[in-house]
Design a protein around this ligand. Structure first.
Ligand code: HAM
Length: 433
């Protein structure tokens, strides 16, 4: 006798999770609110590929960043091209906008997106290797009004989904004019502590000094705690830009705190940078972030136009929203065919009712009426339509009203169209199904 070997179970890849119906219903609500807000601010949706040429991310996010250095899912495809699963979507939006000629010097473009991103970080609460972002980008505007508008949009969105304990923090990262001077100040500060910094930071000291501020090593954080901050070294145009953004937000009644420690983990930023943090999420408390990237479009081969945008982590936002867990819609009619010969009629009636817009569950299997009624109860169905031998002969299905526990079953014409059937059932039940 051969032993039966149970095949080994296959589970999801570490850091890649399933979003089960309860949670996905909640996500849908958040997405619907976000799409509504985006539309009010004149954004259009863009759907982007999940993979890009690796060079796109290396050139935009920066080769010295944690993301490009150690977190990307990169592989060579069968044609020998180096491909990367997108760790973020700003670079893709810019790539697509250039490729399809969406940006012209005299026209701004407002694009939003929603979808999964991939970063091979150490999984922990609120941190995954595949996670979802909702994001938006404005290409072709360099004035502070659009910075304020983006932050007000974010505030609107957070209010709409009733996000708990969230803070908006703002900073300026300067630009090509003032950052080199600041970098020198930072370099001297870090160089004096070189021996106590991690190997990565020692390397970054010469190649990309600013990234030291983004290092997650506790030792480096401690050493760099008193480091000079870029807001103290802004050139006049950058300082004016920041002051205007703050004034505009103030005027709009949106409160944003200045946090000179915000550096962001991607190299493309300049001037305005912001983050949204939430209480109660532990160390992964950033639910969103964004900022200006006025050099990126040109750096990727496009026209010299400015850009600004943000992205919110959907998992983290869902963790702090008070949006009620969406109730799954109730089954309106549960069809219980008794015996194989009732299946065809059951299926035909289910199809008719569904065409008429009703949520229908069709039981199958050879089960007793009692078992079927228990099953119907679990679905929360308002009405059960029983189709047995008698019903098939008479052409009239028996309807039980589960809410009223009607003792005297009522019947409907099984040959009626979906609309008529639905109307008959509704009339019997006395309420709309
Ligand atoms: P980011 O700050 O790298 O920015 O990511 C934005 C948000 O994505 C984070 O605040 C966080 O909520 C979520 N997130 C990031 N990594 C993970 C992870 N491993 N697990 C779960 N959630 C995560 C960007 O990606 C920029 N593209 C934003 C932007 C748009 N800047 C300008 N335009």
């Amino acid at each position: 006798m051969t032993a039966v070997v149970k095949p080994a179970q296959i589970v999801a890849v570490k850091g890649f999770r399933d979003v089960l119906p309860d949670e996905s219903a909640r996500w849908r609500l958040i997405e619907a609110e976000a799409f509504e807000i985006f539309s009010r601010y004149s954004f259009e949706e863009i759907r982007l590929p999940m993979a890009e040429k690796t060079e796109l991310f290396a050139r935009s996010i920066g080769t010295e960043t944690d993301i490009v250095e150690k977190e990307m899912y990169t592989f060579t495809d069968r044609g020998g091209t180096s491909i990367t699963l997108r760790p973020e979507a700003t670079a893709s939006v810019v790539r697509a906008a250039i490729e399809h000629g969406l940006i012209t010097a005299d026209r701004e473009r407002r694009l939003f997106y929603c979808g999964p991103m991939f970063r091979r970080e150490r999984p922990q609460k609120g941190r995954f290797r595949q996670f979802y972002q909702i994001g938006a980008e404005v290409l072709g505007r360099d004035d502070p009004v659009v910075d304020a508008e983006i932050i007000i949009l974010l505030r609107d969105l957070l209010d709409r989904v009733a996000a708990r304990g969230v803070r908006l923090e703002l900073n300026s990262l300067g630009d090509g004019r003032c950052r080199p001077t600041y970098r020198e100040h930072l370099r001297s500060f870090a160089a004096a502590r070189r021996e106590r910094l991690c190997a990565n930071c020692q390397r970054r000291l010469e190649r990309n000094t600013l990234r030291i501020l983004d290092c997650k090593e506790p030792q480096c954080r401690e050493e760099m705690a008193g480091a000079p901050v870029v807001v103290d070294h802004l050139c006049v145009p950058c300082a004016d830009h920041l002051a205007s953004v703050r004034r505009l937000l103030d005027g709009a009644g949106v409160s944003v705190d200045l946090n000179p420690r915000i550096v962001r983990g991607l190299d493309y930023y300049c001037r305005t940078a912001f983050e949204i943090t939430a209480e109660g999420l532990g160390s992964q408390n950033a639910i969103g972030g964004g900022g200006r990237y006025d050099e990126l479009v040109a750096a990727l081969g496009g026209p010299p136009v400015a850009g600004i945008g943000f992205a919110i982590g959907l998992e983290r936002l869902a963790m702090v929203t008070e949006a009620p867990t969406a109730e799954l819609p109730r089954t309106a009619v549960f069809i219980a065919p008794l015996g194989d010969e009732a299946w065809a009629t059951g299926l035909a009636v289910a199809t008719e009712l569904r065409a008429a817009g009703r949520r229908v569950e069709l039981a199958a299997g050879r089960r007793s009426l009692r078992a079927l009624m228990r099953q119907a109860d679990r679905t929360g169905a308002r009405h059960v339509l029983i189709i047995g031998v008698d019903e098939l002969t008479s052409g009239r299905g028996t309807v039980r009203d589960m809410e009223r526990k009607a003792d005297h079953p009522l019947s409907v014409d099984l040959g009626a169209t979906g609309g008529e059937l639905a109307a008959q059932i509704t009339r019997l039940g006395g309420t709309a199904t």
